[in-house]
Write a protein that binds this ligand. Sequence first.
Ligand SMILES: NC(=O)c1ccc[n+]([C@@H]2O[C@H](COP(=O)([O-])OP(=O)(O)OC[C@H]3O[C@@H](n4cnc5c(N)ncnc54)[C@H](OP(=O)(O)O)[C@@H]3O)[C@@H](O)[C@H]2O)c1
Length: 243
Amino acid sequence: MGGDVEGNRPWWILTGGSRRLGRALAKGLALGHNLVLTSSRPWTDEDHWQTELSTETQVRTLRWDASDPGLVPQMMADLERLGAEGIRFQSAVLVAGTFPEQPFGSWTSASLQDTLAVNLAFPMLAAQALAPWIQDLGSLQLILDTAIHRPMQQRLPYSAAKAGLATLVPGLARLLAPRIRVAGHALGVMLPDEASSPDTLAELNLLKRNGTPEDLLRALRYVAESPYLTGEILTLDGGRRWA
Ligand SMILES: NC(=O)c1ccc[n+]([C@@H]2O[C@H](COP(=O)([O-])OP(=O)(O)OC[C@H]3O[C@@H](n4cnc5c(N)ncnc54)[C@H](OP(=O)(O)O)[C@@H]3O)[C@@H](O)[C@H]2O)c1
C-alpha cells in the first residue's frame, strides 16, 4: 500500500516542509515515512536535513514558490520525475501559508493578492497537481485555521483565504472520490510567532494550553489511517471557538 520504491515506507509530501510547523511535522513523520518537502527558497541545508531526520528516511526536496509564474509546469515536471521513480503518496499535506496582519483600511490590490496567492491559490494548485500522484484511498490534507469559525479582525484576508480552503475540503472530497480522501485541520495556536505571548494565547482556549506539532501529527495520522473518512474538517484549537 506504500507505493514506494525503497522498502515499505510510505511516501508523504508536505508543502512548506522547511520551516516552523512544516519542519516539526517532517521530523515527526520521518520516523516511519519517506518525505518530499517543498520550500519557496533554495534548499541549502539538505545534508543537514538528512542527518536531522532518521537515517532511514528518503528525502526529496522541491522548490515551489506560490509567486512563481511558472509554478504549475514546475509542479507537474517535478511530480512526473518523482512518479517515474515509482513514488506515489500515501498523504499530501498542504502546510505552506503566511499569517500577515492586514487591518481593514490598509488593504491594497497587491497585498490582498499576495495573501490569497499563498494561502488559497497555492493549495488549490498543489491539490490539482498532486491528486494524480496520491495512491488509492490516500489522503489530501489541508491545513486551515480556527479563524474559519471566528475570523480574525486584524487578519481578515488570511481568515477569508482559509475559509476558501474550508469550502475546498468537501468540494475536493466530492471531486476526487472514491479514489482519494480529503480532510482539513483547523488549527488554533501551535507555534506562536515571536511577537505573541504564548501564555496569553493559551488563556484564550478552554484547555488553557497551546497546541503542539504532536497534536497535529496525531490528527494527520488519524486521517491517513481512516479509510471511511473524507470531506471533514477537524478543529484542533483547544476549544478556542467555544470560549
Ligand atoms: N503556527 C501556528 O500556530 C498556526 C496556527 C494556525 C494555523 N497555522 C497554519 O499552519 C501552517 C504553517 O504555519 P507556520 O506557523 O509554520 O507558518 P509560517 O511560519 O508562516 O510558514 C509557513 C510555510 O509556508 C511556506 N511559504 C511561505 N511563503 C511561501 C511561498 N511564497 N510559496 C510557497 N511556500 C511559502 C514557508 O516555507 P518557505 O519560506 O521555505 O517557502 C513555510 O514553510 C500555515 O498554513 C498556517 O496558516 C499555523
